[in-house]
Design a protein around this ligand. Structure first.
Ligand SMILES: Cc1cc2nc3c(=O)[nH]c(=O)nc-3n(C[C@H](O)[C@H](O)[C@H](O)COP(=O)(O)O)c2cc1C
Length: 329
């Protein structure tokens, strides 16, 4: 039987399946069930920077200044449920007591570092690591991408200087120079990067011409983009890499490891099922594949298909694209 153990952010994990930040990791009981179902670690539903910085009244003010009316309505609808820095700490403490797998806290942050002290409280509450979900809408014409990235790296540096627990950063796929940015995060002390965050998408109801937010669950069709970026980034940074997006079966998990990811985050596949049996299915398929290939452990094949030489343009790089495109003609 293949050994599924892996490491992530210096944490020993019994397998590479991490349940990513989402409604299923919001409540203590849910996290207990995920641990029982075989998850190796959980990332708790994010707390928002604004929640940490402000009380509810101040938060409304902040949102009114920065957010469209429709988005404001959406955010307000769930505010009482989302609010509460103290509640979040209590939840982390309780989760830490109830499960024997790592509990990773998550802060959804933009650029303010006013809440960095709160990261220490998260650590004191017993979190095993902290995930920073960097999120900001670049709507200021006068701010360049360089400035945005430098601000983000500075924020990460302030957090890593303030806490002893490992810090990992969840990235959007919209950075122009991902290698450069990932390296600057690593220099700022990040122990890992997650490829990629997926945003809540607004949609339009054509009947009443209103804007609404749909749950936006993934399918495996989105996975190849994560795979490609992990494969080319693997040797560009020495920190850990997690793939998030489109992992619905053991096949995607095996591919994530083959390009050098330490772990695969799973979210939509779990939310879509009422039970958490998909966790066992993903791990069984991975184990069966490893057995069939004769791999005793994950280190025997991790990174085997990562992109080791970006200059020759094979593998996940441009020439593959050119080849595929010309064959289609
Ligand atoms: C309903 C829902 C809520 C989510 N909430 C968060 C969140 O609070 N923080 C976060 O970092 N990611 C959040 N995510 C993103 C997921 O953690 C994950 O990165 C994304 O869904 C891609 O993984 P998947 O293809 O397995 O769903 C959420 C996703 C969904 C579908």
């Amino acid at each position: 039987m293949a050994d599924l153990k892996t490491t992530y952010l210096g944490l020993e994990l019994k397998n590479p399946l991490v349940v990513s930040s989402s409604p299923v990791t919001n409540a203590v009981e849910g996290v207990v069930s995920l641990a029982e179902a075989g998850a190796a670690a959980v990332v708790v539903k994010s707390i928002f920077e604004e929640q940490i910085r402000s009380d509810i009244g101040e938060l409304y003010d902040v949102l009114e200044g920065e957010t469209s009316g429709v988005a404001m309505e959406y955010l307000q609808a769930d505010l009482p449920g989302r609010m509460g820095p103290e509640k979040y700490l209590k939840k982390i403490k309780e989760m830490r007591k109830r499960v024997d797998i790592p509990v990773i806290a998550s802060v959804n942050c933009s650029k303010s570092s006013a809440w960095v002290d709160y990261a220490r409280k998260i650590e004191d509450a017993g979190a095993d690591a902290l995930e920073l979900n960097l999120y900001q809408m670049p709507i200021d014409f006068s701010v360049s991408s360089n400035q945005i990235e430098a601000e983000s790296a500075k924020l990460v540096g302030e957090v890593t200087a303030a806490v002893g627990m490992p810090v990992t950063v969840k990235l959007s796929r919209h950075y122009t120079a991902l290698f450069h940015f990932a390296q600057s995060l690593e220099k700022a002390g990040a122990k890992g990067v997650i490829l990629f965050n997926r945003f809540l998408h607004a949609d339009i109801n054509l009947d009443d011409e209103s804007i609404f937010y749909s749950p936006n669950y993934s399918t495996p069709a989105v996975f190849p983009s994560q795979l490609r970026w992990a494969a080319v980034l693997r040797d560009m940074v020495s920190c850990d890499i997690a793939i998030s997006g489109g992992i619905h079966s053991g096949d995607e998990m095996a591919k994530a490891l083959l390009v050098g990811a330490n772990v695969g985050y799973v979210c939509s596949a779990i939310i879509k099922e009422s039970e958490f049996t998909v966790i066992g299915r993903i791990l069984n398929t991975l184990e069966e594949w490893m057995d069939a290939k004769g791999y005793a452990d994950i280190e025997s094949f991790r990174g085997k298909l990562r992109e080791t030489d970006l200059s020759d343009g094979v593998g996940f790089e441009r020439s593959q694209y050119v080849k595929a495109a010309t064959e289609l003609e």
